[in-house]
Every structure is written in structure tokens, then in C-alpha cells.
Design a binder for this molecule. Structure first.
Ligand code: OGA
Ligand code: MN
Length: 291
């Protein structure tokens, strides 16, 4: 695809999300070409590009315009690379993985609303997911507008959340799927971290609720009370009108702002269909709270 006209940005939802057209992001971009993409990202939180058939090298090049990439921890099949693999295909053989295999069970944690890498001291800026092989039905990725979620909270609850610190850990989200699923090695690599319950966008000042499946409890609160509060805020955030559901086509690329949205995977039939998505994750540049 050649770049034929000016970049066109079309909203996908009244609150957030936009499709970007008129640009070929599989090839190198000049600062003048990337500028409007970055601005649209800060504004809309989720950007969809269609018909961009990327290989790994193209995806890394496009991703690095947003910032330095995170490398993948030992818990993912793509460990040690710049990719997080969301797939039912074996990384070596390309054959479907049986649904009761631990690699498939582990991926079920993606069914819970989450913000990628919120379990890292410096949480992620954004993630980029490219659709390499898609099932013909199911396997949508869904997003929640956490700016709208924050704005919808009663002011008294906003004031309660303002000074609080949540403890995030990969263990908390994986325990929701199956207790003890993570190896001691992974748990040691990723000690629990502290995060505030909101993140502010440095460009436009928009505040977003910051929670999700990696958040386990509130620091200095009784565990059950903290869990209940985290449950309550996610329940308040999970309104149908704050949700965007994306049905993937091969060649789709989505960039989402981990500061401003949470996302989740949805079911597809892994016996009947193949799904192979590659994710790159762009690191953030600051902690939300001193550790
Ligand atoms: C991810 C993720 C959801 C999906 O890649 O971080 O949560 O639908 N993916 O694969
Ligand atoms: Mn994710």
C-alpha cells in the first residue's frame, strides 16, 4: 500500500477509539507522518489500522516510534524476545495446542480486564497487537474507556481512591485462573509493585481509573476490604457504554494506551480455529508512585 492522501482519523465509539486510514505503517515513517498518529493515540486511546500485513521486523520498527520496547518474561512462550504471543499454535511446530495444555490455560487470564504490565514498577505506555491468523468467529478483543470510568465515579469515591495505592502482581491475575499456576522462577522475577488508582495523561491532563486483574489488594488495608474496593471500581467501570469490542481481520493492527484503557480477550474455539496474534509492549517512563 502506498500513502496516497492525508491521514484520516475516524471515531469508532462516542467515548474513545479511532480508525486511522491513508497511511502504510508497514514501512518506515517520517516524524511528519508519525506525529499525527501519536497525537491521535493521546486523544483516542485505541487506534485501529487495517490491511497492514506486518512481519515481526515491521512490527518492531513501527512499535519503536512510540518508545523503547519491553522484553518478554519467562512465563510467555516468546520469552526473551520483544514479542508476547497470543496464540493456540505451538511456537515450534505451528500445530494447535490442546485446550487442556497449561499454555492454553495460562492465556485464560486474558479474559479478565487488565492493563498490560501494570505489574511492573514502571508500567507500560501502550501495547501493539497485530492479527497474523484470525478465527472466522470469536476471539474479539474488548476495551473499556477508563477515562469515562473515572469520570463516572461519585466524587466521594474519587476522593477515597485518590491517595490509595494498590498492589499489582502477575500472581494476582494468574491466581484467578488457577492458584499456583506461576513457577517460583517467574514469581521471583516479578515481585509485587505499587500503583496508584489513576493515571493522568501528560499531554491533555485526562485522568483515567487504573486497576484491573493484576491489582490484588490495597496497601495498608485489610486484604478483604481492599479486594472488595478493587472489585467495586472494576464493576463500576464495566458498563456496556464504556466498551469497545473489536472483531479482528488479518492485517489489523491495534495500538492501545495502557494508561487509559483496560482490555480483555474473548473466547474462540481453539480446536476448530487457529489464532496467532503478536504483541509488542512499549515501556513507560515513570512509576505511578515511589516503590
Ligand atoms: C494482549 C491481550 C487479548 C487478545 O495481547 O495483551 O490481552 O484478544 N490480548 O488476544
Ligand atoms: Mn493484555
Amino acid at each position: 500500500m502506498r500513502n496516497t492522501g492525508p491521514t484520516k482519523v475516524t471515531r469508532l465509539h462516542p467515548l474513545f477509539g479511532a480508525e486511522v486510514e491513508g497511511i502504510d505503517i508497514t514501512r518506515p515513517l517520517s516524524p511528519r507522518e508519525f506525529g499525527p498518529i501519536r497525537a491521535a493515540f493521546e486523544e483516542h486511546s485505541v487506534l485501529l489500522f487495517r490491511d497492514q500485513h506486518m512481519d515481526d521486523e515491521m512490527q518492531v520498527r513501527f512499535s519503536e516510534y512510540f518508545g523503547p520496547l519491553e522484553t518478554t518474561g519467562s512465563a510467555n512462550p516468546a520469552a526473551g524476545t520483544k514479542f508476547q504471543r497470543q496464540s493456540n499454535l505451538d511456537i515450534m511446530t505451528g500445530e494447535p495446542i490442546p485446550p487442556d495444555d497449561m499454555r492454553m490455560i495460562y492465556q485464560k487470564a486474558n479474559y479478565f480486564w487488565h492493563s498490560d504490565s501494570s505489574f511492573k514498577r514502571i508500567p507500560s505506555l501502550c501495547s501493539i497487537l497485530t492479527a497474523r491468523v484470525c478465527p472466522p468467529e470469536g476471539g474479539n478483543t474488548e476495551f473499556l474507556c477508563m477515562r469515562a470510568a473515572w469520570d463516572s465515579l461519585p466524587p466521594a469515591l474519587q476522593s477515597t481512591l485518590y491517595p490509595l495505592i494498590a498492589e499489582h502482581s502477575l500472581g494476582h491475575s494468574r491466581d484467578r485462573v488457577q492458584k499456583g499456576i506461576l513457577s517460583d522462577k517467574t514469581l521471583k522475577e516479578l515481585p509485587p509493585v505499587k500503583q496508584r488508582l489513576f493515571r493522568d495523561n501528560p499531554v491533555n491532563g485526562r485522568r483515567a481509573l487504573y486497576a484491573g486483574a493484576h491489582a490484588g489488594h490495597i496497601v495498608d488495608w485489610p486484604e478483604a476490604t481492599g479486594k472488595a474496593l478493587l472489585h467495586e471500581v472494576m464493576w463500576r467501570a464495566d458498563q456496556p457504554e464504556f466498551r469497545l469490542s473489536h472483531a479482528w481481520r488479518e492485517g489489523d493492527v491495534i495500538v492501545w494506551d495502557n494508561r487509559a484503557v483496560v482490555h480483555r480477550a474473548t473466547f474462540y474455539d481453539p480446536v476448530k480455529y487457529k489464532r496467532f496474534m503478536q504483541r509488542t509492549t512499549i515501556g513507560g517512563d515513570e512509576m505511578t508512585v515511589p516503590q
